[in-house]
Design a protein around this ligand. Structure first.
Ligand code: G3P
Length: 216
């Protein structure tokens, strides 16, 4: 499974990239707004911090403007993936940009049928929002499982990018469900490495090493 980090915070991205923990980055208009920076500048900087895809989202809702914004975003760097909302105009723009060789990440997906349409529109990635479904008492993981079955039934190459991830359990269940990518907030990504028994075991090893005067 690939890990993307879900943030526009370049310090966080830099430190996670240095740790070799990320395969790409996803942003959205809310994360860009939170960075307080100019969108093209921050996307350009992020694209230099990873060789993987960096998702940059259009802010238009009509077909023509989404396509022109998508082309502008694509020009920022070769590893930009253009993020488009799962609307009829978004799907139409996805077909146009994908046919031109642009990697498209179709976002704001909440059902298997929506994901089926995105695959047929040539999307490179589909982003089902697990956390927001769970917030509505809809089992977000079930949607990932359904998309996996449908995509495998028809051999779609669109990658399932599990999004709106809230905790470590979402990451594990996404992997078990066969998601290709999980995009994870920085704190959740770091949290995946920690386990109390690891800390306890390490402390005991170090104490025994110290008592025995082990030197390497
Ligand atoms: O970037 C897309 C998605 O991961 C955002 O999810 O629900 O945490 O805002 P959320």
């Amino acid at each position: 499974m690939k890990f993307f980090v879900d943030t526009a915070d370049t310090d966080e991205i830099k430190s996670l990239a240095e740790a070799g923990l990320i395969d790409g980055v996803t942003t959205n208009p809310s994360l860009i707004a939170k960075s307080g920076r100019n969108m093209s500048d921050v996307i350009a900087e992020i694209c230099e911090l990873t060789t993987g895809h960096v998702s940059a989202e259009v802010v238009a809702t009509d077909f023509d403007t989404m396509v022109s914004e998508g082309r502008k975003l694509q020009k920022i760097a070769s590893n930009v993936a253009v993020k488009l909302p799962l609307t009829m105009d978004g799907l139409k723009a996805c077909r146009t940009l994908s046919d031109a060789g642009t990697a498209v990440n179709v976002t704001l997906c909440f059902s298997a049928n929506q994901a089926l349409l995105a695959a047929k529109a040539g999307a490179a990635y589909i982003s089902p929002f697990i956390g927001r479904l769970d917030d509505m008492n809809i089992d977000g993981m079930e949607v990932i499982e359904e998309i996996r079955i449908i995509y495998d039934n028809y051999g779609f190459e669109t990658e399932i990018l599990a999004a709106s991830i809230r905790n470590a359990n979402h990451v594990k269940l996404s992997a078990l469900a066969g998601a290709d990518v999980a995009t994870v907030p920085p704190n959740v990504l770091r949290g995946l490495a920690s386990h109390p028994l690891t800390d306890k075991g390490l402390a005991a090893f170090l104490a025994d090493a110290k008592k025995a005067g082990i030197k390497i």
